[in-house]
Design a protein around this ligand. Structure first.
Ligand SMILES: *[C@@H]1O[C@H](CO)[C@@H](O)[C@H](O)[C@H]1NC(C)=O
Length: 215
């Protein structure tokens, strides 16, 4: 009996894990129809007979992003929002430009593993494993080096050089999503109660207020 319950538990767990990822497409493609008001998990397909090359293409990834901002980096996304033909295909990409010493702050993609390659510069990258270890796994990447950020884990990048740098990443979702830790925790709308943040971070209310004011 205990065995049966265990097996049932494993089956349920396996199914729920499988459902957490994008399903395999059941047709050649499902070009997103942004004008549809239907709500589905993903985007509604337009008539496949009307699909054309521009539904599957994007131009401009050779262009440098504007990194004049407080963190010194700029993400140029190429997801289903830019290429409607990515709908249901479980993949997307981004270009990231870095000013000298610019960073991509600690963040996570709730729906995607990311594989990154550096095309210019030297970039320190790392991710942190789940509780309770919270081990930092990091590496300094040079041009041509590749690194993986497993799905859901908090990760960051930092340009270690005096010059501009850039990287390209591929992500295992048409819509990977981004949760920037600092913005989510200190910049939520409305704000998370001070009592939660003072205990979570073991600091005074004025420190919490000060951090919130930055987001
Ligand atoms: C880059 O962004 C900054 C800040 O938003 C802006 O002032 C500047 O004009 C932009 N530069 C270019 C070349 O677009």
């Amino acid at each position: 009996m205990a065995n049966h319950i265990l097996i049932l538990g494993l089956v349920v767990l396996t199914c729920s894990l499988a459902f957490a990822f994008e399903p395999s497409p059941l047709q050649d493609f499902c070009v997103a129809d942004p004008s549809s008001s239907a709500r589905v998990n993903g985007l509604v397909c337009k008539d496949p007979k009307l699909a054309e090359a521009k539904d599957f293409s994007f131009s401009g990834l050779h262009l440098r992003g504007n990194t004049s901002n407080p963190v010194g980096s700029k993400v140029t996304p190429v997801t289903v929002a830019q290429i409607p033909g990515l709908n249901t295909l479980g993949i997307s990409m981004v270009r990231i430009d870095y000013a000298p010493w610019g960073i991509v702050p600690p963040h996570t993609h709730p729906r995607a593993t990311e594989i990154i390659t550096v095309l210019k510069g030297t970039i320190d990258v790392g991710f942190v494993t789940s509780n309770p270890d919270n081990r930092l796994i990091s590496k300094v990447l040079k041009k041509g080096d590749v690194f993986v950020f497993p799905v859901g884990l908090v990760h960051f990048q930092r340009n270690l050089g005096h010059g501009n740098a850039f990287s390209i990443s591929v992500l295992s979702s048409q819509n990977p999503g981004v949760i920037t830790v600092a913005n989510a925790v200190f910049g939520s709308n409305p704000a998370i109660a001070d009592e939660v943040l003072t205990k979570a971070f073991q600091v005074d209310k004025n420190v919490v207020d000060w951090l919130q004011s930055a987001f």
